[in-house]
Design a protein around this ligand. Structure first.
Ligand code: NAD
Length: 340
């Protein structure tokens, strides 16, 4: 099979990771060009990946002989870039979330995807490609824990990432804690249960990072989701974990429970010193989900080669955004918000 020729748009915290994986670890991908606004990122990519560089994504798409684009720019750009690339005949892998608001280009993006069934579109909810979350999915689907009663999810970035997050959220609108961060767990809850929540009561605070108030962000966001059958989920998203990247989930069923990755241990090393017995922990999402990020790109490339639609769809992205926006509204108004 022919390799898939790729252009990567965005080379920041995650874009450089994706570009590196595509160049070095995804053998069926051939990265031809990259696009970013930051010259030092472009210089790094040119030197290390041997690719052409652009600051204008339309010029890259129009000029380069590429089959697909991987979009890793700030969220507000996802709708226009996806729409442009599809209309130019390119397959698209787009990072989560699909956009900042449902009424800002997201419907046009959906229409472009529907207008091009011959092109593969895949969304970057990479936790679905993590081995532990996949194992849990198999257990749920095989009825090992019975009917789901309650789900508890934590998604808390390390405090060591606060500076780079603050830059990200200052330069561009992140969408806020629910749209930017909790949306991963919202997607997983939909994936595990096959159900949509009908109501949320959400709250946020900035106790751990009062400086985020100035850029309209909550450092911590907590959401309770109610489902039509009475099932409940609670999510907490944050950016304050002192020890590392804390991502965990518990799924309680009528017949048993599943708990996923409750401690972010870096590896099998335990350090015995005067400080005590210490298990070093993972310090970033890129470290925790390294294999998932690689797996999702490998699968996207395979789907392009075999002319299949993406595994994580625009519908998944829109549903998750709808829920995250309801959580945001509830936290901002202090009210119970109906979803959908
Ligand atoms: P970032 O701010 O670190 O990097 C953004 C990159 O996009 C930079 O290279 C910048 O130069 C480039 N860019 C900005 N505007 C551009 C434009 N108009 N044209 C071309 N390039 C442009 O952002 P990030 O943290 O890497 O996040 C990017 C996206 O990835 C966001 O949507 C975010 O939600 C998502 N993300 C997902 C995960 C995950 O776990 N799946 C993790 C981090 C980020």
């Amino acid at each position: 099979m022919e390799k898939v020729k790729i252009g990567v748009i965005g080379l920041g915290r995650l874009g450089m990771v994706h570009a590196d994986h595509l160049v070095n670890l995804v053998s069926e991908a051939d990265v031809k060009a990259v696009c970013a606004l930051d010259q030092s990122q472009l210089d790094y990519a040119k030197k290390n990946f041997g690719v052409n560089t652009y600051t204008d994504y339309k010029e890259m798409i129009d000029t380069e002989d590429i089959d697909a684009v991987v979009i890793v720019t700030p969220t507000g750009f996802h709708p226009e870039m996806t729409t442009y690339a599809l209309n130019a005949g390119k397959h698209v892998f787009c990072e989560k979330p699909v956009g900042l608001h449902l009424d800002e280009g997201v419907r046009e993006m959906e229409a472009a995807i529907q207008a091009h069934p011959e092109l593969t579109f895949q969304l970057g909810f990479m936790r679905r490609y993590d081995a532990s979350y996949r194992h849990a999915k198999e257990l749920v689907d095989n009825g090992k824990i019975g009917d789901i009663i309650y789900i508890r999810a934590y998604g808390i970035d390390p405090i060591s990432g606060m500076e780079s997050f603050t830059k990200f959220a200052t330069d561009n609108d992140s969408g806020g804690i629910f749209v930017d961060m909790c949306i991963h767990d919202i997607d997983l809850i939909r994936w595990y249960t096959g159900k949509e929540p009908v109501q949320t009561w959400s709250l946020g605070n900035n106790i751990a990072a009062p400086q985020l108030e100035a850029i309209g962000e909550y450092e911590t966001g907590v959401a309770t989701l109610k489902f039509a059958n009475g099932m409940v989920a609670t999510l907490i998203g944050g950016r304050h974990a002192a020890h590392g990247n804390q991502v965990e989930m518990e799924i309680m069923g009528s017949n048993g429970w599943i708990r996923i990755a409750q401690e972010p241990e870096k590896d099998f090393v335990t350090l015995f010193t005067e400080a005590g017995v210490v298990r070093p922990s993972m310090q970033s999402f890129a470290e925790r989900f390294e294999q998932a990020f690689i797996n999702e790109l490998k699968d996207f490339i395979h789907r392009v080669q075999t002319k299949q639609p993406g595994s994580v769809t625009m519908e998944d992205g829109i549903r998750a955004l709808l829920i995250a926006e309801a959580c945001k509204k509830s936290a901002e108004t202090g009210e119970l918000v109906k979803i959908g």
